[in-house]
Design a protein around this ligand. Structure first.
Ligand code: GSH
Length: 244
């Protein structure tokens, strides 16, 4: 099996952390060719990573891949020991996925904040206020659900931690470049969790990969490679649209 993945992708990081925590050794990682380009969508219609490749049979979507891996590698389980606990783990993971990362991605796309500081004059404060406000609101909701013993739930690593670690990394990465200080330290349980979970070996490993991806993105911006990539992608998209 192969996982198409990218260092800076929080959704890919979620599956990588699960793979590390479960000790799975037979899944290779690969950055897919043409990722971000229209050509990529010929083989991967959603056009996003992660994708799990099982001898050419492709499974997209991080949450779906995570559940599939739990079924085929049941031990050690990253789910709950009861259906209710598993439901709680899924609630925490959805908070990260839908309510935190989705808003941050929109913010990054609309402002270009992933990898660079957005100059104050170039900010649209109505967009920033709206999306950053949603993130803060949802971190406060998370505070009511999250564990207080260093793990998101159940006193051990679960799929909730795998989703939350990349989510909280994205909060710290995307909000400051648009002029919003990270709200995490001021939200008591989330702040304590964030401090504690970074010491976990599997979390620390994906955080190194995420930071490496961020450094690469910054270097691409500095060197002009990001701008060249965007121009090539837009031209390829125009050509693809003209053919359809
Ligand atoms: N809902 C998807 C989201 C995946 C996603 O947005 N992946 C991003 C990287 S984190 C991507 O591949 N974006 C490429 C693009 O939008 O062209 C999941 O959970 O896997």
């Amino acid at each position: 099996m192969k996982l198409y993945t990218a260092d800076l992708s929080p959704y890919s990081a979620r599956v990588r952390m699960q793979i590390y925590a479960k000790g799975i050794k037979d899944i290779m990682f690969e950055l897919p060719e043409h990722w971000g380009m229209p050509k990529f969508r010929e083989r991967f219609p959603i056009g996003r990573v992660p994708v799990l490749d099982i001898d050419g049979d492709l499974i997209p979507e991080s949450a779906v891949i995570a559940e599939y891996l739990e079924e085929i590698y049941p031990e050690p389980s990253l789910l709950g020991t009861t259906p209710r606990k598993t439901a709680h783990i899924r609630t925490l993971a959805r908070l990260s996925d839908i309510y935190i990362i989705t808003n941050l991605f929109m913010l990054a796309r609309l402002t270009g904040a992933l990898g660079r500081k957005v100059p104050a004059a170039a900010r649209d404060n109505s967009v920033t206020d709206q999306l950053a406000g949603e993130v803060v609101r949802n971190l406060k909701a998370l505070d009511k659900f999250i564990g207080t013993d260093g793990f998101a739930c159940c006193g051990r690593i679960t799929l909730a931690d795998c989703a939350l670690v990349p989510g909280l990394f994205m909060v710290e990465t995307i909000l400051p470049p648009v002029g919003v200080d990270s709200p995490i330290p001021a939200i008591a349980n989330v702040g304590a969790y964030w401090t504690a979970i970074q010491k976990n070996e599997h979390a620390a490993r994906v955080l190194i990969e995420l930071r490496r991806g961020l450094e690469e993105r910054r270097e691409m911006i500095r060197s002009g490679a990001a701008e060249r990539f965007r121009a090539a992608r837009d031209a390829a998209q125009k050509e693809a649209d003209a053919q359809n």
